[in-house]
Design a protein around this ligand. Structure first.
Ligand SMILES: [Zn+2]
Length: 155
């Protein structure tokens, strides 16, 4: 069995209910971050000049020195695959026709966990350069899913 094959004996689901409701609010940094994705098709981070770090997703305070961050940086739409995994089932437990690839894409000093597509899992290399593929502007909603997926550069 290679790393890209699923262990057929692995547990596939845990059934139960969680009586939890939640509401996610973007906050000030998140709102600007998601508006840039929606309106401009760009990925913004915030930079801490003390620590020389650029946070993706953008945050208002540096986690290292607690400096308030007001320097916004367009980091572009390309990054590199830091790690990835394959999903063989849909969220409802039904099998997928082909595995979905989920990757941590490193951007500046942070990154995004997102779908990776337009690549065969066998061809993925840690460190490979990928670019964001945005939904058409009219279909964007201010969500991380306005980025449809990442794909290898040059494809
Ligand atoms: Zn800092």
């Amino acid at each position: 069995m290679t790393l890209l094959e699923r262990n057929p004996k692995a547990q596939t689901a845990w059934l139960g209910e969680l009586p939890v409701t939640s509401r996610y609010t973007y906050g000030l940094a998140g709102e600007r971050f998601f508006r840039a994705i929606k309106d401009e098709g760009t990925i913004l981070g915030t930079r801490c000049s003390n620590c020389e770090r650029t946070y993706i997703p953008a945050v208002l305070f540096c986690e290292r020195c607690m400096n308030q961050l007001d320097e916004w940086v367009d980091v572009g739409t390309t990054g590199e695959v830091h790690t990835f995994t394959l999903l063989y089932e849909n969220y409802d437990g039904s099998p997928r026709e082909k595995p979905e690839i989920v990757a941590f894409v490193k951007l500046a000093d942070g990154g995004l966990i997102h779908r990776l597509d337009e690549v065969d899992p066998e061809d993925i290399v840690i460190g490979m350069q990928v670019e964001a593929v945005f939904k058409p502007k009219a279909k964007r909603e201010g969500s991380i899913l306005d980025i449809a997926h990442f794909k290898p550069i040059g494809q």
